[in-house]
Ligand binder design. Structure first.
Ligand code: DX5
Ligand code: ZN
Length: 225
């Protein structure tokens, strides 16, 4: 398993009127990726941002954009997101009947390819695609909104996913998304995740973005030392 645990702050919980500033704060505080939640109002109830905003954000930072597509027929937009600056493109298993083809399409753009599953989707559907992907994302909330509570049964799912990754393709990054913060990140990394998405835990207004990221880092260090 990769030793370095990466933090991918989700800009969904940032102030969209100050998106550039908020993104820069997270980068300065040592974020490894920026998690960009793209929602279409069909696959998930919410609507967020598209390639135009991503391109604007690309102008303020060169941090890798970890782009989570919660959209139907994502294959229609993959090239647009990569052109706009996406570094990793992650598509939902639930939206891709021909996921092998979609993963190849992502790889052909030069971006890294990720596959994500919803909380109630079993991990075994991923087994055949693992040799072809760079990242697996497990949702620990039902996608659509920031600020939801972590679904506790995800912890065991992370363990089982980590075992499958070690067996089939150990180079894959294992990312977890939803309801993760300093209070539970220890459990999540101990179970085997190595990329942590955190939205409301990073961009809440209780304290600075930098302090929130530090708190998460400290909790990770305590859990893996
Ligand atoms: C939910 C999104 C998440 C969300 C996480 O649909 O995929 O990335 O922003 O937000 P928190 O960390 O607040 O649960
Ligand atoms: Zn996400």
């Amino acid at each position: 398993m990769t030793n370095k645990i990466k933090i991918s702050p989700s800009i969904l919980s940032a102030d969209f009127a100050r998106l550039g500033e908020h993104a820069t704060e997270a980068v300065k505080a040592g974020a490894d990726y920026l998690h960009v939640d793209v929602m279409d109002g069909h696959f998930v109830p919410n609507i967020t941002i598209g390639p135009i905003i991503l391109e604007k954000l690309r102008a303020v930072t060169d941090i890798p954009f970890d782009t989570h597509l919660m959209i139907e027929k994502p294959e229609r937009y993959i090239e647009d997101f990569v052109k706009a600056g996406a570094s990793i493109v992650t598509v939902h298993y639930e939206t891709c009947p021909h996921i092998h083809r979609t993963v190849q399409q992502i790889k052909n753009t030069g971006a890294k390819a990720g596959v994500v599953i919803n909380p109630a989707t079993p991990i075994n559907v991923l087994e055949e695609i693992l040799p072809y992907v760079d990242l697996v994302l497990l949702m620990s909330v039902n996608p659509g909104f920031g600020g939801q509570s972590y679904i506790e049964t995800t912890t065991d799912k992370i363990r089982r996913m980590r075992d499958m990754i070690e067996r089939v393709n150990p180079a894959i990054e294992l990312e977890v998304d939803g309801g993760v913060g300093a209070q539970n990140v220890g459990t999540v990394v101990q179970a085997g995740a190595n990329v942590i998405v955190a939205g409301s835990a990073v961009f809440n207004k209780r304290q600075s973005v930098a302090q929130n990221i530090t708190d998460i880092r400290v909790a990770i260090r305590q859990a893996i030392s």
